[in-house]
Design a protein around this ligand. Structure first.
Ligand code: SF4
Ligand code: SF4
Length: 331
């Protein structure tokens, strides 16, 4: 049954990606203002010079930006409900596919909370820069949710997580020590992103966006090497669960940190833990330790529920043992 779901999700993702890749009509229409005022003008240069058709995108409409923030919030609430209360992976997969279609292929992966780290850094270090309110909202909303219900954003809203989640076919276990060592790369990446974003404007660089491995896939265009890296990472994601999330994503680390304060998180059993150990190998992301979901690493995929003989919708009145454990499953 699980294998069937996994295979179905993979087929849907491949079909969706292929359709969207080949359909330029699906990407959001980008309104342009032309020509750019600063471009060389024929009347200034003369000598037969013809002004090229230089274009600059117009800002997205205010109400569409509000819609993006509202959809982000609604999707995270829905994911939290499906994972924590309904314990329903089938519906979670549908939300994941919808998020990939909208935030990934339609919105073309921008603006996303991961890249917005850099906007926040610039806002904090450059008095000339004023961060748009909706970028601020997109940065803080998933962190705010993580403070209460854990990484719902990673569960089925983030398009980068979604595309890796949906292609996972036959996960192999990464040895714990290697997993932890590779996990340190996130800190290096986060430090580099902050360093480059904090530079004066002439030297400033948004490395998270520049090296986003999936944005070229979402946009159906980009440098050949970035498309190659994206496809290579997707191929790896078929056997290693979400490698970008676990080893590179700098925003994932911020979310992970916020989950330390969360009062809710994934509990493998719907009610009382029986410590049978059947869940030990269920998690493709190495987020189960001592028969408990480790809150900071749990990516809210809801896969482990199926491994539990007591699985079913969460009974609201029953407090799980993981939640009742001294640290509430936070460690
Ligand atoms: S870890 Fe990063 S890339 Fe992965 S789902 Fe979370 S925010 Fe997205
Ligand atoms: S513990 Fe693992 S399998 Fe269970 S929801 Fe979290 S990431 Fe998924």
């Amino acid at each position: 049954m699980i294998a069937a779901w996994r295979f179905t999700a993979l087929v849907i993702t491949i079909l969706l990606s292929t359709t969207l890749w080949t359909s330029s009509a699906f990407g959001q229409p980008a309104p342009y203002d032309r020509p750019v005022d600063a471009a060389p003008q024929a009347k200034n240069i003369g000598g037969g010079y013809i002004t090229p058709e230089v274009q600059k995108p117009l800002p997205r409409s205010y109400w569409l930006e509000v819609l993006d923030v509202a959809l982000l919030a609604a999707a995270m609430i829905l994911v939290s409900w499906l994972v924590l209360r309904r314990r329903n992976r089938a519906w979670l997969l549908l939300v994941t596919i919808a998020s990939l279609a909208y935030f990934g292929f339609y919105r073309e992966g921008c603006v996303c909370p991961i890249g917005s780290i850099q906007n926040v850094v610039v806002a904090l270090t450059d008095p000339e820069y004023s961060i748009p309110i909706f970028v601020t909202a997109i940065f803080f909303l998933p962190l705010f949710m993580a403070l209460f219900v854990g990484r719902a954003f990673c569960g089925g809203v983030c398009p980068l997580g979604a595309i890796q989640e949906l292609v996972l076919l036959k996960p192999v276990r990464v040895p714990r020590r290697l997993d932890r060592t590779l996990g340190l790369l996130k800190y290096v990446y986060l430090a580099l992103a902050i360093w480059y974003a904090a530079q004066p404007i002439a030297d400033r660089d948004f490395v998270i966006c520049r090296f986003d491995p999936f944005v070229s896939i979402f946009r159906r265009t980009g440098f050949a090497h970035m498309i190659g890296i994206g496809i290579g990472l997707l191929a790896l994601s078929m056997f290693v669960g979400r490698p970008y999330c676990r080893y590179l994503c700098p925003y994932g680390e911020l979310l992970s940190w916020c989950t330390r304060f969360a009062s809710r998180g994934v509990t493998i059993t719907p009610d009382k833990e029986i410590d049978c150990g059947l869940c030990a190998d269920a998690c493709p992301y190495g987020a189960i330790e001592k028969n408990r979901a480790v809150r900071k690493s749990c990516l809210y995929c809801a896969r482990c529920y199926a491994s539990c003989p007591r699985t079913g919708p969460m009974v609201p009145t029953v407090r799980s043992e993981a939640a009742a454990s001294p640290d509430g499953g936070r460690s």
